[in-house]
Write a new protein. Structure first.
Length: 413
């Protein structure tokens, strides 16, 4: 008599329940992966002094890291949309482990570039499949799930100033090799995630195929979808160029403008990045409640007054403005990923690769461009013009509403 009460109640929950344990573990792995990536820009002040690198060379290092990741992420996403590869996750972090070990012992500019290429490759493999795991574990709370996943990455990036102040300043370049321990921990956790992912595909093979059938019947994207995808990518590029400029170069500005030490300047960057991680977490749940277009629009445009004023503010006020800017701007981070995934259903990995991967790529191009501009017109002038970039957020008004996207998807089924 007890059998009917137990078995039926468990089955319906598998597709709709939000699997928080899996989300928190993949979020932690994202934190570890991006903390390792954060070591690269965190080393810039160290490398600039120890190896006498120019701002342009530092930009090339950032370009090498981010461009490999950006080019490979959509490719990895496209391949794994066709054939999911759970065990690509720990394999990818193994590449990262090799790269961070090489970075700690690199003796020339060329070896540094080679090491960061390995780190970029590992990131390219991790991000699309990590986003797919978050999607699979989301249930009916995709905004929240993507926020938990993305906040891990943004928190990892926020650790860069602490990495610089606590490890790289006292130990120098070799301190980077300590992060092989971090990479090894991530590999172990991702073996667990890969096993869950593999079992999930066996037990619930329709978890990814359900949406794929509707998207698969439509070989090409409609004109409206293509236009919307271009708009969302432009918004992501604008956000990424700005954050790339702050992350890679603001410490140099703060050191010169406010006469700060390297350690003191890292506090400004830490404030920006941590507030951005907090903003990332709140963005997803807010989009579940108020709509993705609304949050994207508010995030981009409300940032503008603060981003413009930062270079002209005294140190204390600049610190506060950086916190506000980081929080508001990054509320749209996870939201743009989910927006793109729902815009092109069934292409979870590809859309994650485009929205996150291409963001890395544009950040890479931005790093080189901004480094060149800083060498050309001066760091102070470059940082002042950087604050204008969030004005491109006006593009968000041309995005279709969430309801409109749902109607497009129904028409395609």
């Amino acid at each position: 008599m007890s059998q009917p009460a137990v078995l039926p109640s468990q089955k319906p929950n598998t597709s709709e329940a939000t699997m928080y344990k899996i989300l928190f573990i993949i979020g932690l792995c994202h934190l570890l992966n991006d903390a390792i990536q954060a070591v690269v820009p965190a080393m810039f002040p160290i490398l600039e002094k120890s190896m006498g690198l120019s701002f342009t060379q530092l930009g090339i290092i950032a370009f090498s890291l981010n461009m490999v990741s950006s080019v490979m992420q959509p490719i990895v996403g496209f391949i794994t949309d066709k054939k999911p590869m759970p065990y690509a996750l720990p394999v990818g972090l193994t590449f990262t482990l090799v790269g961070i070990l090489g970075l700690g012992f690199a003796s020339s500019f060329g070896l540094i570039v080679l090491s960061v290429l390995f780190i970029g490759l590992g990131s390219a493999v991790f991000h699309p499949e990590g986003s797919r795991v978050a999607y699979m574990a989301a249930g009916n709370r995709r905004g929240l799930a993507q926020s938990i996943y993305q906040v891990g990455g943004n928190t990892g990036q926020a650790l860069a100033p602490l990495i610089t102040a606590l490890i790289l300043v006292p130990l120098g370049q070799i301190g980077a090799s300590w992060f092989t321990v971090v990479a090894a921990l991530a590999v172990i956790l991702l073996v667990y995630i890969a096993n869950w992912y593999h079992q999930r595909l066996i037990v619930s093979p329709n978890v990814l195929k359900k949406k794929k059938s509707s998207a698969g019947t439509n070989k090409g994207l409609t004109k409206e979808v293509k236009t919307t995808l271009v708009l969302i990518l432009l918004l992501i590029f604008a956000r990424t160029w700005y954050t790339s400029g702050i992350t890679n170069f603001y410490t140099f500005y703060a050191i010169k403008e406010y006469s700060l030490t390297i350690k003191q300047s890292q506090l400004f960057l830490f404030a920006f990045l941590v507030s951005g991680a907090v903003g990332t977490f709140f963005g997803g749940p807010l989009s579940d409640r108020f709509g993705k277009k609304t949050i994207i629009s508010i995030s981009m445009l409300t940032t503008v007054p603060f981003s413009i004023l930062i270079p002209y503010a005294p140190p204390t006020l600049a610190f506060i403005f950086l916190i506000i800017t980081g929080f508001i701007l990054m509320t749209s981070f996870s939201v743009t990923v989910v927006y793109a995934q729902e815009l092109v259903p069934g292409k979870i990995g590809t859309m994650s690769g485009l929205t996150v991967g291409l963001a890395f790529g544009m950040g890479a191009i931005g790093s080189v461009g901004l480094g060149y501009i800083a060498d050309w017109i001066g760091m102070q002038t470059m940082i002042r013009w950087l604050g204008v970039l969030p004005l491109l957020g006006i593009i968000a008004f041309f995005l279709p509403t969430d309801k409109k996207i749902t109607e497009w998807n129904k028409q395609e089924i």
